[in-house]
Design a protein. Structure first.
Length: 393
C-alpha cells in the first residue's frame, strides 16, 4: 500500500506528519481517503502508520460492505472484556474474565474468530461437563455458555462475524441421578451447625464463630457479611436491623479487595431485623470502632477500615471443609450453607416464602424454593401423623 506523508504545522509551531492512503469504498464505489498523524518522519513511524492505515481500511471495507474484520480470539477477548468491565458488577465481571480467558487458552489466542465453529464450542462445553477430573456443574456450564454467547454477540455487533456460532450450540446436560445430593444436603441441621460453631470456638476462631452464627440467624451472603460496617447497624422503632446495600469484592492480579456500592442483586438491598442473639453478636463487634469500620475482620480489634483485613470467602470455605471432615459432616459445606439453613429454619416456623425471599435478598431462587417446599412438606406430614392419632386419644 502506497502512503504519502504530508507536513502539518500545529498551532504551537511544531511540525507533524500526516500519512495518507486511499481505498475504494464497497458502499459507494468511490475513492475515499484515510489518514494518521505522527510526530516524526522516519522508517519506524512510516511502518507504524502503514499498519494503522491498513487496519483502518480493513475495518472501513468490512463496515461499508458485506465482509468482516479479521481478528484473533485473544484480541476479541481483550476488546470484549474491556467494554464488559464498564457494564456489569465487579463480581460478575470477575467470573466473565475467568470463563473467557479459560476458553481462549483452550482454543488458542491466535485462533481466527471466523474459524471458530459451533461444533468446537459444543465439544468444549461437553468436555467441561463430562471430564473425569473436576467436571463443572450444570449451573456453572450455563454461566460459561452465557458469557461466551455475550462475547460472540459482541463480535457480530462490531463486524468481526456475520453470525454467532453460539446461536446453534446445544448442550447435553448432566443427569440429576442417584449421585446427586438430595435437598437435605443443601442445608445443615441445628446439631451440625452447633458442631461447626464449637469447632471454631475450640480452635480460637471466635470471629468465624460469630460470623457463621450471624449468617445462620440472618441468611446473609458471606460477601454481604464481610462488607458490614458499624454504620450498617441501625435501630428503628425499638428494633435493631442490618442495612444491606453492598458486598465485599475480592479481585486477583493484583490481589485486592473493596466494598462494592451495591449488593449482588437489586433485591439484595434490604433491612434485616435481628433476633436477640444476633443483636448480642453485633453489639460485641461494634464496640470501640469507627462508623466506617468493618464488623468482622481478621484483625478485629483494629477500629479503622483502611487497616482492617476483611474475612475472605475462600478462606472461610476451606476452613469449613476441614471442620466438616473433623466433625464427620458428610456434606460439601460452604458459607452458603448457613444461608440455606436460615431458610430451612424460617420454613419450619411457617414463615411465608415471599417473606423469606425478601429477608435473604432473593427475587427468585430455585434452591430457596426447594428447601422451603421440602421443609414445609415434612412439617405437614408430621402434623398429619399427629392428626391421625386423634381417634386413639
Amino acid at each position: 500500500m502506497a502512503i504519502k506523508p504530508e507536513e502539518v504545522k500545529l498551532k504551537d509551531g511544531t511540525i507533524h506528519y500526516r500519512f495518507v492512503a486511499f481505498y475504494k469504498s464497497p458502499l459507494t464505489g468511490r475513492r475515499r481517503k484515510v489518514s494518521v498523524t505522527k510526530d516524526k518522519l522516519n522508517s519506524r513511524t512510516e511502518n507504524a502508520a502503514r499498519r494503522e492505515l491498513d487496519e483502518i481500511i480493513r475495518q472501513r471495507i468490512a463496515t461499508e460492505g458485506d465482509g468482516t474484520i479479521e481478528i484473533t480470539l485473544g484480541e476479541l477477548a481483550k476488546k470484549f472484556l474491556a467494554e464488559r468491565e464498564k457494564q456489569i458488577k465487579p463480581s460478575t465481571f470477575h467470573n466473565a474474565k475467568v470463563f473467557i480467558n479459560q476458553f481462549v487458552r483452550t482454543i488458542g489466542e491466535r485462533a481466527r474468530v471466523d474459524k471458530i465453529t459451533t461444533v468446537m464450542i459444543n465439544r468444549y462445553l461437553q468436555n467441561l461437563l463430562y471430564r473425569n477430573v473436576k467436571p463443572v456443574s450444570n449451573s456453572s456450564a450455563r454461566s460459561i455458555r452465557y458469557h461466551l454467547r455475550t462475547m460472540f454477540k459482541y463480535a457480530v455487533k462490531y463486524g468481526y462475524l456475520n453470525e454467532s456460532p453460539m446461536d446453534k450450540v446445544e448442550v447435553t446436560w448432566r443427569k440429576d441421578n442417584a449421585n446427586a445430593k438430595s435437598i437435605e444436603d443443601k442445608y445443615l441441621t441445628k446439631e451440625e451447625c452447633q458442631k461447626i460453631f464449637d469447632d471454631c470456638e475450640n480452635r480460637g476462631m471466635e470471629h468465624y464463630t460469630d460470623a457463621f452464627k450471624l449468617q445462620y440467624l440472618t441468611g446473609l451472603r458471606f460477601g454481604e457479611l464481610a462488607a458490614l460496617q458499624v454504620k450498617n447497624v441501625i435501630t428503628r422503632n425499638g428494633k435493631t436491623f442490618l442495612h444491606i446495600d453492598s458486598t465485599m469484592i475480592f479481585m486477583e492480579n493484583p490481589a485486592r479487595h473493596f466494598i462494592s456500592n451495591s449488593p449482588k442483586t437489586f433485591a439484595g438491598i434490604r433491612d434485616v431485623v435481628l433476633s436477640p442473639e444476633a443483636i448480642d453478636i453485633v453489639e460485641q463487634h461494634v464496640q470501640n470502632k469507627d462508623n466506617d469500620a468493618l464488623l468482622f475482620a481478621y484483625n478485629r480489634r483494629e477500629s479503622h477500615l483502611k487497616n482492617q483485613r476483611p474475612l475472605n470467602t475462600n478462606n472461610a470455605n476451606d476452613m469449613l471443609k476441614r471442620i466438616a471432615r473433623r466433625q464427620h459432616i458428610d456434606k460439601p459445606v460452604t458459607t452458603h450453607y448457613f444461608r440455606h439453613t436460615h431458610v430451612s429454619v424460617l420454613a419450619d416456623l411457617n414463615v411465608p416464602l415471599r417473606i423469606i425471599q425478601k429477608r435473604v435478598g432473593h427475587s427468585k431462587s430455585s434452591v430457596t424454593r426447594d428447601i422451603y417446599l421440602h421443609v414445609t412438606k415434612d412439617t405437614q406430614e408430621k402434623y398429619d401423623d399427629l392428626i391421625s392419632k386423634l381417634d386413639s386419644m
